[in-house]
Design a binder for this molecule. Structure first.
Ligand code: IMP
Ligand code: MG
Length: 187
């Protein structure tokens, strides 16, 4: 199946409209700002899926905060997780003694966050919490802690607002269900 010239044509259904995302991200920002009042927060964004969420969320956080990035790989490029997670790029600055909030686009099987949390728990942080925009709870295979959550979502393959299929669709302003014919025959 070929990708359409207009990426919107590959979407079966818009699941979360951009206005609903904007409102939810604003609420999350307010809650986070209250919870971390008087502290200096470091947002750790997991590349690349969380960049759109990060960019909107950080502008709704009203106290000093830093941003850093890590990159891990678990997807082989398709729609199914391999279950094997690797760190591809670590933080630029040392997280020792810092209040770290992990920013992730979606938690699916939980393997990725489980790996990251185990890794960060060895690092002498002041605190460690997790903020995810989307929770595909029916797909969970590893229980992971989520402190801030945007939306529960069905066990469908989603794209948009940072989420990709083969690096495409990240720029869609909403979260949508990808038409299955786009990835049919793929593992
Ligand atoms: P997990 O390790 O199975 O929890 O998967 C987490 C990662 O897989 C996320 O960071 C996403 O990059 C990716 N992922 C999981 N579900 C989807 C989806 O529906 N669409 C796009 N990417 C997804
Ligand atoms: Mg991701």
């Amino acid at each position: 199946m070929k990708f359409s010239i207009n990426p919107n044509d590959d979407i079966e259904k818009v699941l979360i409209e951009k206005d609903a995302i904007r409102e939810k991200v604003r609420e999350l920002g307010v809650r986070i700002s209250e919870d971390y009042r008087g502290k200096e927060l470091t947002l750790v964004s997991i590349l690349k899926g969380s960049i759109v969420f990060l960019a909107d969320l950080m502008r709704n956080i009203s106290m000093p905060c830093k941003v850093d990035f890590i990159s891990v790989s678990s997807y082989r490029g398709g729609i199914e997780t391999s279950g094997v997670v690797r760190m591809i790029m670590d933080l630029r600055e040392s997280p020792v003694g810092k209040d770290i909030l992990i920013i992730e686009d979606i938690v699916d099987t939980g393997y990725t966050l489980d790996y990251i949390l185990r890794n960060f728990m060895t690092r002498d942080l002041a605190s460690l919490k997790v903020c995810v925009l989307l929770d595909k709870f029916e797909a969970r295979r590893k229980e992971v802690r989520v402190d801030y959550k945007g939306f529960d979502v069905p066990n469908k393959f989603l794209v948009g607002y940072g989420l990709d299929y083969r690096e495409r669709y990240r720029n869609l302003p909403y979260v949508g269900i990808l038409k299955p014919e786009i990835y049919r025959g793929e593992k």
